[in-house]
Design a protein around this ligand. Structure first.
Ligand code: G4P
Length: 292
């Protein structure tokens, strides 16, 4: 399944992002920790490389991701030049406090009121940019009592005299080349429901869970899953939850919605959809297909 959308304002958004980046010192790229490569918009990398801006990669929603996979991703990103990476949950105040000092390290010369640190927050939809922004803003408001410390004009937010944020809208790219990336993005809810078929995404997810996290799957839906493929697992979910269609057959559409909701909310456990090793293997596989 290939996922596509056609935002008419894509070019304008890119132009605007490039203009804003010219004013920023560090890009804070918010990623979904469960799929850090698939949730990275290639355009962000291109714009950043053009302007030579360092990047702080925030692997957000780390509370939902597999800690081992997240640790592997952090090692992977920390090997990239001009990049620092941290796993966070933007819902946790203690995690929010770690972000500013790390960003500051990437632009040590921007550290006073004359030259405030200017961070540009970027990321695809639903990775937690608004949650991050609200947390950063609230933190400061709380620290200064009831003084209005925050000035918001367009997308610029002056947190204090030493820190300015540029907020950008969630940027998607017009065509996702690798269908597996599309499925991961749909499973994590970065892509709107109109762009995919829930059952296809749930079958992909069920198959992946069966291979990678069978114990979590069994803990949630019972042990009768052994030997079943993705479709069979949806039927087992339907059976466990009593979802039948009028004619008596299992309602896979409902089962798909249940599985996706359980995954997205973390009810299934801490699950990552990719690791650096899986990603590298996938890239090799795609390259081999291209060569044929
Ligand atoms: P966006 O601006 O990038 O589009 O994302 P936004 O902040 O709106 O967050 C998207 C969803 O992700 C929200 O859930 C938000 O609560 C959730 N979220 C953000 N950061 C974290 C995190 O660190 N951990 C977890 N578990 N969730 C996070 P929602 O379902 O739309 O709303 P809500 O009911 O969860 O508030």
């Amino acid at each position: 399944m290939s996922i596509q959308w056609f935002p008419g304002h894509m070019t304008a958004a890119r132009k605007k992002a490039a203009e804003t980046l010219a004013l920023a010192d560090v890009v804070v790229e918010v990623l979904d920790a469960r799929l850090p490569a698939a949730s990275s918009n290639p355009m962000i990398g291109e714009l950043r490389a053009f302007r030579q801006r360092p990047c702080l990669k925030l692997l957000n929603k780390a509370d939902l991701a597999d800690p081992e996979a997240t640790a592997a991703w952090l090692r992977h990103f920390s090997q990239q030049p001009g990049v620092a990476a941290i796993a966070v949950s933007c819902k946790k105040a203690s995690d929010i406090g770690k972000i500013r000092p790390l960003a500051q390290k990437l632009a040590p010369h921007r550290n006073d009121a004359v030259k405030p640190l200017r961070l540009m927050i970027m990321g695809i939809p639903n990775v937690g940019k608004s949650t991050l922004l609200n947390a950063l803003v609230k933190k400061k408001v709380a620290a200064v009592g009831d003084q209005p410390a925050v000035t918001k004009s367009q997308q610029r937010i002056d947190i204090d005299s030493r820190l300015t944020l540029y907020d950008t809208p969630g940027l998607l790219w017009p065509k996702i080349a690798d269908p597996v990336d599309g499925l991961m993005l749909a499973a994590s809810h970065a892509v709107g429901v109109n762009a995919y078929i829930g059952e296809d995404v749930a079958i992909f997810l069920a198959d992946y869970l069966r291979q990678t996290y069978p114990a979590l799957l069994a803990a949630r839906y019972g042990p009768a899953l052994a030997g079943r493929d993705g479709v069979g697992i949806l039927d087992a979910v339907a059976e466990k939850r009593g979802c039948r269609k009028r004619g008596g057959e299992w309602d896979r559409e409902k089962a798909a919605a249940i599985l996706l909701t359980d995954y997205r909310s973390g009810a299934l456990g801490r699950i990552s959809l990719e690791t650096p090793a899986l990603r590298a293997a996938r890239i090799q596989q795609l390259a081999a297909v291209d060569e044929m």
